[in-house]
Design a protein around this ligand. Structure first.
Ligand SMILES: NC(=O)c1ccc[n+]([C@@H]2O[C@H](COP(=O)([O-])OP(=O)(O)OC[C@H]3O[C@@H](n4cnc5c(N)ncnc54)[C@H](OP(=O)(O)O)[C@@H]3O)[C@@H](O)[C@H]2O)c1
Length: 257
């Protein structure tokens, strides 16, 4: 199984790294193409078996799966320059470029296609990947799910749900950073060093996520465990809601939709 990744930036580079570290695809079967040779060199230095090129046409020629990881406004010109066949699988991670647009830009509009929306935690193999498909077989769906599950957790969704998933997981990761940053500021004001405050908060966020994901529990149940009646935590939680925390998060997510 050969994979070509076009674009070796934040996302494409992380996917190349993630696939190289994974077990499904042999590193020598991964080709990364980018116009920026410095990025290719960095990837090649870290993964000597990786194939790199600055020629997109060469990259896709023998690939079974082509992952398009350039900025959304470049997808059109990248696809126009390469000839993909129905035997190949197109995977686009470009936010906001729908299947109709992708089909318009390829020679074979009915070719198998996936849209995948990961988030930046893909570099840590902890991404949430929302995946939609078009004209694919069950086997192709399982294959793409397995590939992206190596870099986090993936689910299949209808295309019309991708914008909401993008808001929750792809934009939403920035809101988590914003929470970490705000909590750090509080910690520093209370006399904790910034680096220590950052570790305290980041580990708490990681722990909260693991409690939910590992135990299939619910935030309300976990909050009840922390909030002793008349205690300090419920005072803080109520302050958050007096300040409009829940409403602010809902509005922020909907603004990204
Ligand atoms: N970042 C996120 O959180 C996130 C989440 C979900 C989806 N996405 C999607 O992921 C895609 C990539 O985002 P990114 O943040 O990884 O962008 P990026 O860091 O800019 O990476 C894109 C790479 O593609 C290269 N490139 C530009 N034109 C090219 C061409 N014609 N052929 C080959 N390579 C070319 C760029 O080189 P130059 O820098 O020299 O132009 C750059 O190295 C976007 O479509 C975005 O919507 C991003």
């Amino acid at each position: 199984m050969k994979i070509a990744i076009i674009g070796a930036g934040n996302m494409g580079g992380s996917i190349a790294q993630g696939l190289s570290n994974g077990k499904l695809i042999s590193t020598s079967d991964i080709t990364v193409s980018d116009s920026d040779t410095a990025k290719l060199k960095l990837l090649k230095d870290a993964n000597p078996d990786l194939q790199v090129t600055s020629n997109n046409i060469d990259a896709v020629e023998t690939a079974d799966i082509i992952i398009i990881a350039v900025k959304p406004w470049l997808v059109h010109s990248v696809l126009k320059d390469i000839d993909l066949s129905r035997k190949q699988i197109l995977v686009s991670i470009a936010a906001g470029i729908n299947f109709e647009q992708l089909a318009h830009d390829v020679i074979e509009p009915e070719m198998p296609m996936f849209r995948v929306i990961p988030n930046t935690a893909i570099s840590e193999l902890e991404s949430f990947n929302a995946i939609s498909s078009r004209n694919v077989t069950k086997e192709q769906e399982s294959l793409i799910l397995s590939i992206f599950n190596e870099m986090g957790t993936s689910i299949l969704l209808p295309e019309d749900k991708l914008p909401a998933a993008t808001a929750l997981a792809s934009c939403g990761i920035a809101f988590v950073f914003k929470y970490i940053q705000a909590a750090m500021q509080a910690g520093v004001e209370m006399g904790i060093r910034p680096d220590e405050a950052m570790n305290m908060v980041a580990q708490s966020v990681k722990g909260a996520a693991q409690l939910i994901l590992n135990n299939h529990t619910h935030p309300s149940i976990e909050i009840d465990k922390v909030t002793t009646p008349g205690g300090i935590t419920i005072k803080g939680i109520n302050e958050l809601d007096h300040a409009g925390f829940t409403s602010a998060v809902i509005k922020a997510m909907k603004a990204c939709n």
